[in-house]
Design a protein around this ligand. Structure first.
Ligand code: BJW
Length: 255
């Protein structure tokens, strides 16, 4: 239960910080109707473990299965809109223009909610690229320009004829260097990190709150559940981000 007192304390930390970084995970989009990465899947997909599908080796072994998994998730995300949590974060950024949002999410709801300069650590589900990046990393492919038999899985790369895949980062793959560098720069100057809606299990994102803590900074976690980050958070706000974040913005107004 998150008391008004804890919300006030979080607002005070925000008010006292010059440079704030926000790290988000799938939980921030849950109130928009997008299941989190580790939520149980529905229907046909219920028997699959997403961790086993989100790898290059799964794609190589069965490109159609993995492509169809991403098509299923694209369908879920297609008509979804930002929720009160995304809007509150955009409002925070308007008040603190140096605030940097680092997201692990592959939807683009932060941008749709009004956040700018969002750093995407794990790519974007809307994009596609050649599996082999045959024309350089990344070789983006606009699949809307291609025609192919969707029953057969992914289309062929128009340059090399090999597989097209979603532009996301799978387990065992390097994160996009530009995103990693931008995140490292933000972490270097940040005094406060809001860690929102992430299980804190996946590296290197999971280590980012620690980077700030090691430099003497503070962390506020917003999550209905406890995670490994709860142990190091200076303030833990238990609850859905779509409720907690607007309360923080209101508390900033009250001061
Ligand atoms: C709410 C809520 C509400 C619910 N409000 N909250 C060091 C040690 C050990 C292993 C490694 C290591 N370094 C690298 C690794 C390997 C690996 C890794 O971390 N493995 C761990 C599982 C152990 N990492 C990598 O491979 C990364 N690459 C890398 O580091 O390259 C160098 C390297 C490679 C190999 C070895 C060593 C170095 C790449 C990671 C890529 C992750 N990609 C995915 C898939 C993206 C595409 C897709 O979506 O399909 O990214 S995996 C998945 O996890 C996805 C997510 O972005 C990511 C994080 O998940 P997230 O967002 O936390 O979601 P959930 O579902 O886990 O949690 C949701 C949370 O929300 C929960 O806590 C809820 O309580 C909460 N919640 N409702 C607020 N309303």
């Amino acid at each position: 239960m998150t008391t008004p007192n804890l919300i006030q304390k979080a607002a005070a930390l925000i008010r006292d910080s010059q440079n704030i970084t926000v790290l988000t995970g799938a939980g921030v989009s849950r109130e928009s109707g997008i299941p989190t990465f580790r939520d149980a899947l529905d229907g046909l997909w219920a028997r699959f473990n997403p961790q086993e599908l989100a790898t290059a080796s799964a794609f190589m072994a069965n490109p159609k299965l993995v492509w169809d998994f991403y098509e299923y998730r694209r369908d879920i995300m297609r008509d979804k809109s930002p929720n009160a949590g995304h809007f509150a974060l955009a409002e925070l950024q308007r008040r603190y223009p140096s605030l940097v949002v680092i997201t692990q999410n592959i939807d683009e709801l932060h941008e749709q909610g009004g956040s700018t300069g969002v750093i995407h650590l794990h790519g974007r589900i809307a994009g596609n690229k050649c599996f082999y990046n045959c024309q350089g990393d990344p070789t983006m492919v606009d699949v809307s320009l291609l025609s192919w038999d969707k029953e057969n899985g992914p289309p062929a790369c128009p340059h090399c004829g090999r597989w097209v895949r979603p532009d996301v980062v799978w387990f065992g793959e390097m994160l996009p260097p530009a995103a990693l560098n931008a995140a490292a720069e933000a972490l270097q100057v940040s005094e406060l990190m809001l860690v929102i809606g992430t299980s804190g299990l996946v590296m290197p994102a999971a280590d980012m709150p620690m980077v700030i803590k090691r430099r003497g900074g503070k962390a506020i976690e917003i999550n209905p559940d406890d995670t490994p980050i709860s142990d190091i958070a200076d303030i833990k706000l238990s609850g859905p981000s779509g409720e907690i974040l607007p309360r923080i913005v209101e508390a900033l107004d009250e001061a």
